[in-house]
Design a protein around this ligand. Sequence first.
Ligand SMILES: NC(=O)C1=CN([C@@H]2O[C@H](COP(=O)(O)OP(=O)(O)OC[C@H]3O[C@@H](n4cnc5c(N)ncnc54)[C@H](O)[C@@H]3O)[C@@H](O)[C@H]2O)[C@@H](O)CC1
Ligand SMILES: [K+]
Length: 508
Amino acid sequence: MISAYTGTQVREAEKPFLDDALGPGAGAVLMQRAAYGLANAVISALRGRGQRLYGSSVAVLAGKGNNGGDGLFAAALLAGRGMRTTAVLTAGDAHDAGLAAFRKAGGYAVTLTGDNAAELAAMAGGADVVIDAILGTGAQGGLRGPAAALIEALSRSRPDLVVACDIPSGVDADSGEAHAPVLAADLTVTFGAAKAGLLADPGADSAGRVRVIPIGIELALPWPALRRLEARDLSALLPRPERRAHKYSRGVLGVVAGSSAYPGAAVLACKGALAAGVGMVRYLGPPDVADLVRQSCPEVVCSAGAVADTHVQAWLVGSGLDDSDEQQLQRARDAADSGLPTIADAGALPALPEVLAPQVILTPHAGELSALLERLGVSLDRSAVEASTLSAVRRAAGLTEATVLLKGATTLVASPFQDFFSQAEATPWLATAGSGDVLAGIIGGLLAQVGADVGRFGDQGIDPDARWAAIAAMAASIHGRAGVRASGGGPVTASGIADAAREVMREL
Ligand SMILES: NC(=O)C1=CN([C@@H]2O[C@H](COP(=O)(O)OP(=O)(O)OC[C@H]3O[C@@H](n4cnc5c(N)ncnc54)[C@H](O)[C@@H]3O)[C@@H](O)[C@H]2O)[C@@H](O)CC1
Ligand SMILES: [K+]
């Protein structure tokens, strides 16, 4: 599991180590560790590209704070390895000790002014690697003045390799909000712990690969602000049938999905659930849709009954529902009101009561989340949601008291108890019709199987209250991995994602 923290949490954890009572220059030790990790990451990145170190060039963009200090000390180490190093001091002022070490190692420093931004951008853009060490966790807002002009010009020239020091300058470490201009990094080398803003869009868009360098503060860190499940977490959390399992003990999912207009959504949701290994799927819906479900998935039991008469462990409602089909909408409301874990997708989102419960998982995309918030009296248009995904999903979970999964390049999940998960296994090829129906199916399939198994989650450090969010995150991860597998770098179909999800489950 990757744990991520706000910038504020990391700074709090650093505080005890900066105390002079620990000895003179106690804080400098942390900076040395950070700089050493950054320099080594740059070396590995260059070597990974088949480049020789000796004679290669590095441009470090250094702000006046400790982030700039990290960058200058790292550049000093790189100069010591034979690299040609130039520092652009973006604030006039610079970290004294860092600049002294840099100069002593033979580095050349130049101060950015209003007049030389274009010239320095051209110089930095021609370097083999650019280190962005202008702003870190101490930033307030984004780059301004000559530093903004430098980054704008540099972004246009698309440098070969950009390494962000701790966080791309202009990205908010707490929220992931990006204050333009931000220089997109290929690699972010972050210190002590991953910052939450690197794992939430739009910050994640600019972060590239994220590498965490331990600096000795790790044991002082509090409960994480955000978590990301990795393959081994999924392996531990996924259900395996016991020797005496039967279809009912393995979990039964009820599905209220599809309409005459969108019958395929019901099929894809069922396929997703079956791929997730559920014991049985019971479909409730109109006869024409039920016929299609039976033809496509003969293992699904179809009826036109009521929610109250259907014995299941979890519900999936909403995928492909038509807002004129009152009977289906009523089933969706009944399911969400049943007290059973329920994934509510697409057409169910506007039909459910405003206040729900943690075991109800809502799965909006940014536009649907904007509409959901609008109904709750919060005016946040789609682009505002996209600009601030973590805060938007937090507000939605707080107001609805449900678990909310926001779909996107990075999937964010929030519980109403302030547990957050972020998954980013997906490929852009997953943005295809029906892909969300398969995701809903996988969530439903997992809810039916492990929703009641509090101990399974507790063993992995996940509170009972957070397990609904964890299940949504597990499904997002499986869905993302399935998309990558089905795509192989090319287009995918939703059915292909469902097929691949079964293989991903087997591997995990
Ligand atoms: N505190 C510590 O012990 C450690 C800190 N580390 C580094 O220190 C960073 C945090 O350092 P700082 O607290 O000095 O802060 P930063 O280096 O992030 O930058 C803040 C500095 O820039 C100014 N500033 C803030 N917002 C600005 C803006 N929008 N435009 C222009 N200037 C702005 C501030 O006045 C301050 O001087 C971390 O990101 C990390 O890189 C690491 O060296 C590890 C140890
Ligand atoms: K930075």
